[in-house]
Design a protein around this ligand. Sequence first.
Ligand SMILES: [Mn+2]
Length: 321
Amino acid sequence: MSPKPQLPYVGIRTFMKRPYQADWTTIDADIAVLGAPFDYGTAVRPGARFGPSAIREASQMHSALNGHYDPDEDKVFLDPAEIRIVDLGDVPMIHFDAMQCIDNIREAVESVAASGAFLLVLGGDHSVHAPCIEGFRASGHNSIHIVHLDAHLDYVDERMGVRYGQGNPLRRAAELPFVSGITHIGIRGVGSSGPDDFRDARATKSRIVTMKEFRRIGVQAALAQIPEEAVVYFTVDIDGFDASLVPGTGTPSYGGLTYDDGIEIVSQVAMTRRCIGMDFVELAPVLDASGASALFASQFLTTSLCQIFRPGTPTWKALQG
Ligand SMILES: [Mn+2]
């Protein structure tokens, strides 16, 4: 028989064709990928529950089984012989019981955090961020800095009694004692938060870099307030990117980040800070029949992992130790 199936359209659709692991009690990996197909927190257009499967499907295009060769750097990244990635599948969802789903996500993340693997969560709407970051409570990290890419601040405390919807997650994160700070980048236009939320955020743990300010000051200055001792967790809302690139989301927003902006932000952080996880949220593939938004998501995630696990970064060094 010919060698095992490797072509993008052949084989089972795990993230980047890396191994599936059903047992979450003994995770022995450098990167653990977890689907959180939850969109009951969506206030307007749903569909992010299909995000994880769409990203996995798109990632077949980025599954280079001998690692990713970058001609600009003349380096191979994510060599499977060196960086072990496992796909844990999806967190169980219960229809009609949103809070049970949120609890399930938190529990799944606790398993990954306890293993020490880098967490990559495929959302889901932005509600999934709150249980993800809460899942690091017992991780031993007591100064987590969140880098938040988004068009919207998502800092609503409570609206119509809802505290865990897609507009609340960064407020919930800021309440956690082990979250020492948040840098929000790309914020603009018609937002999910009002002036009081911006005031509250700035008065507590947040540095808010609006899209216009980001264009003025650049990446380095935007990231200047991440403390030396902090580890970094990324929460990336696809609507932080320009809507012309990624229309497949519930609340697309023009005037946003480019692909290169996003990669540059991740790369700059990765060079000087240990990174412990990322959730990528709000891809609603049914709203983009072309499939381009899912491809964008997959390429952004694979390239981000290349940068975070680049030989010599603090994250890479933590693996060696
Ligand atoms: Mn968001």
